[in-house]
Design a protein around this ligand. Sequence first.
Ligand SMILES: C[S@@+](CC[C@H](N)C(=O)[O-])C[C@H]1O[C@@H](n2cnc3c(N)ncnc32)[C@H](O)[C@@H]1O
Length: 325
Amino acid sequence: MIANKETIKNIALRLSVHSIHLKVFMANSKEISIENLESEYKKQSEKNPKPFVKWVGGKRQLIQQFRERDLYPPEGFDLKTATYFEPFVGGGAMFFDLLPKKAYLSDMNGELVTTYKVIKKDVNELIKKLKLHKKNDSKEYFLKVRALDVDKLTDVNVAARFIYLNRTCFNGMYRVNGSGKFNVPYAANENPLICDEENLRKAHVAMKHTTIKWQDYAKVLEKAEKGDFIYFDPPYYPVSKTSSFTSYTKEGFLEKEQGKLRDVFVALSRKGCFVMLSNSDTPFINELYSNLGKKIRIEKVYAGRAINSKGSGRGKIKEVVVINY
Ligand SMILES: C[S@@+](CC[C@H](N)C(=O)[O-])C[C@H]1O[C@@H](n2cnc3c(N)ncnc32)[C@H](O)[C@@H]1O
């Protein structure tokens, strides 16, 4: 099958996937004609997983914008041989979109990381436990499960509790109090999807060749090699003093941490990696990533969120995307 770059790009945009993926798919299915490419690809992508938790700052709505503007994925990244790193993985929206052959996923949220590991290793047990949570779900039950001491639970129970709380708590938010205890209230949603068995099984398959670690993002510097692709989606620098949402973990992520992250970005770039980073469109962040040489540029994208819900301030928040390719 012969198709030019433009055709592939157009089909990819129509399908809301990226051309690298389509190219890999074409290479693996030589007998498909260009006319059938779209329907065959659709069939195959129905098998793709979605993030298994709702996560504040999730990137699902932004990905199509990244693609349309050629900000992602980097043209030179080889999806079949190089490694994809997501060191602030959260819900992993980019990982589940890209579905690279080799990936290295990490985060400092210990329960989240345990959940990824359990989906990879023990998805059947997890599904059983989630079915039990589903059966027992009520406000009282939620409070009981929330109060459990995670340090005394097995990994499968940690993961089942994590997904259960995420699906039934207010807005799927993850917030901890001063002593690191999850403290989001119950949301009386009708019929929450507590056990999405099909999706968990798909995620399990997608994670076959992943390394999953509970660690600080800076560790990627030791692991990533030339040609690898790293996507940083850190806790954003606050737009204003009151808007700060930095309690994904007990530690905040302010000037000092953002500066350290910028240095890691630059060091990876020097190593020959493809690097991409999201953050808030604030003077501090724009300044931080300015004048770093010709290759590193800042682009603005529109997030789905409104600046505020009433009056003349209504509009879309801008975010920055910093890339070195
Ligand atoms: C903005 S969220 C990522 C959202 C994610 N990309 C998604 O699509 O759902 C930031 C993540 O960074 C993690 N985090 C915070 N500080 C970290 C650190 N020092 N190293 C690694 N991960 C960290 C948080 O636990 C949180 O999951």
